[in-house]
Design a protein around this ligand. Structure first.
Ligand SMILES: Nc1ncnc2c1ncn2[C@@H]1O[C@H](COP(=O)(O)OP(=O)(O)OP(=O)(O)O)[C@@H](O)[C@H]1O
Ligand SMILES: [Mg+2]
Length: 296
């Protein structure tokens, strides 16, 4: 008899059925989840063996020599290297402002070399926000009109343009400077207008070529805090800098030398919170000190 096999003292009790199973299982027919370690974030940028040679008269300058690079969505990458090492050349290629001499570049999985000029302009306008060392604002034009420009290119109507430009400027702490022209603003304020112009189209990729190069330390902190915020919102940030303090704000630091990547260091994972810019500037963090030490 079955009951004779039950050990002493154990009696069958009436069970209340569980509302939820103890172990959640995927419904029948669903595909099993991929193992965690194998899951990779999608790459925003994929550079395959890119070279760039400039020809000036008889002289050939090999600005990039076989650079390969993968940048994941949500990363914050600082590019460092001596003057002339190819940083801006690489940035111009990443931003589709220039084409490589050889090699391939994909943005969000699309091979850029296959796109015509119209599609490229559209891609730049929709996906990429640029920030430059010298701000590149249109002179004798108000802050708000400067920020409206990319929306005008995108064909956004006047009212919406105004509203979105005003919002972007307000988010940069520039709500009370909408009518000021570049010459009536400080360097840090001009750069904040430039950042507002870069983000007004809601791009997923922010490219900045020495954005703090012309700023004092206070304005540098402000601009870095803005980049940290943009990155926390999920935007990918790639910036060129000579300053170890600025690079220490990034999640990953890539070093170029003579047109080649010579170092690629991860400081923080994609989900780690970024250190606050203010702390970085007052007293070096270990990351900043490390970058300063290894600076060539
Ligand atoms: N339009 C161009 N025509 C010819 N040579 C160029 C051009 N642009 C850059 N170069 C050369 O390519 C090399 C890399 O220049 P790049 O501007 O990329 O350097 P960089 O790392 O950005 O330097 P910096 O820190 O001074 O801005 C340099 O030797 C430069 O002289
Ligand atoms: Mg440069």
């Amino acid at each position: 008899m079955m009951s004779s096999r039950r050990p002493f003292g154990v009696h069958r009790r009436a069970r209340t059925p569980r509302e939820q199973p103890l172990i959640a299982r995927p419904p029948a027919g669903a595909r099993p989840a991929a193992p965690r370690a194998r899951r990779r974030r999608p790459a925003v940028i994929r550079v395959h063996d890119v070279s760039k040679t400039y020809e000036v008269g008889q002289i050939k300058v090999r600005a990039l020599r076989g650079v390969s690079l993968r940048i994941e969505r949500g990363d914050f990458v600082a590019i460092m290297g001596r003057s002339g090492s190819g940083k801006s050349t690489l940035m111009n290629i990443l931003g589709c402002l220039d084409a490589p001499t050889s090699g391939r570049y994909e943005i969000d999985g699309t091979d850029v070399s296959q796109m015509d000029e119209d599609d490229l302009a559209d891609l730049r306008n929709r996906k990429i926000g640029f920030i430059f060392q010298n701000f590149n604002l249109v002179a004798r034009t108000s802050a708000i009109a400067n920020v409206e420009l990319p929306l005008a290119y995108a064909g956004v109507g006047r009212e919406e343009r105004r509203a979105r430009a005003a919002d972007a400027l307000a988010s940069m702490g520039m709500a009370n400077r909408l009518r000021h022209q570049p010459s009536e603003l400080s360097g840090g304020q001009q750069q904040r207008v430039a950042v507002a112009r870069a983000i007004v189209t809601n791009p997923s990729l922010i490219l900045a070529d020495e954005p703090t190069g012309n700023l004092d330390s206070r304005s540098t902190e402000d601009v870095l805090a803005i980049f940290a915020r943009l990155n926390a919102e999920g935007r990918t940030v790639v910036l060129i800098t000579h300053e170890p303090d600025v690079a220490a704000q990034a999640r990953r630091v890539i070093r170029l030398s003579d047109g080649e990547i010579v170092e690629d260091e991860r400081l923080l994972g994609l989900r780690d919170p970024l250190p606050s810019a203010r702390r970085l500037k007052s007293g070096h963090t270990s990351a900043a000190a490390h970058i300063a030490e290894t600076k060539r």
